[in-house]
Design a protein around this ligand. Structure first.
Ligand code: GNR
Ligand code: NI
Length: 177
């Protein structure tokens, strides 16, 4: 197992469309194990391969609540085959957009087809937080970030802040501030 470095915006690697995986081999399974470890350590509830510099259609997620048993999910070539007309808003964050949060509107329920770590095709129906996270991760595979779903004004405010962090380093927050 190994911890991977997470890429933060702005970075052209977060904007590319990721490649389909031909077959799930031992290297793919190892990558997914490392991605889950990296995600838990961050901590986060989802991670897409492009966020660790791998332009392949691979995501991991775990939307279990604190105190609940872990529910790790590993998905290769995930595809949304159905989504509900009903939409819901949820506050989203992203490990590639540190400390930035905004409300995003997405379909409430989805059905997703994917291949698991043993190269077996599977289908999963998801709602609530899990549906949010899977859609957020799938977006990463197409070079889309949650800020691409909000107003241009809000997006530009967030991206300007992140560009500044990269140039000058993160502004320290004083204790008691
Ligand atoms: O850890 C994460 N939390 C989160 C919260 C609301 C909606 C989406 C997410 S995904 C995010 C991890 C991440 O950046 N995955 O790409
Ligand atoms: Ni993200």
């Amino acid at each position: 197992m190994a911890l991977l470095d997470i890429i933060t915006a702005p970075d052209p690697r977060l904007k590319r469309k990721a490649e389909t995986v031909a077959t799930v081999d031992a290297a793919t399974a190892k990558l997914m194990a490392d991605m889950l470890e990296t995600m838990y350590e961050a901590p986060g509830i989802g991670l897409a391969a492009p966020q660790v510099g791998v332009s392949k259609r691979i995501i991991v997620a775990d939307a279990a609540r604190e105190g609940e048993a872990p529910q790790p999910l590993k998905m290769v070539n995930p595809q949304i085959v159905w989504s509900s007309d009903e939409k819901k808003t949820h506050e989203e964050g992203c490990l590639s957009l540190p400390d930035e949060y905004e409300i995003v509107n997405r379909p409430d329920k989805i059905r997703v087809q994917y291949v698991d770590e043993t190269n077996t095709p599977r289908e999963l129906e998801a709602d609530g937080l899990l549906a949010v996270v899977i859609q957020h991760e799938l977006d990463h595979l197409d070079g889309v970030l949650f800020v691409d779903h909000i107003s241009t004004l809000k997006r530009n405010m967030i991206l300007r802040r992140l560009t500044k962090y990269k140039k000058f380093g993160k502004r320290p927050v004083a204790v008691g501030e």
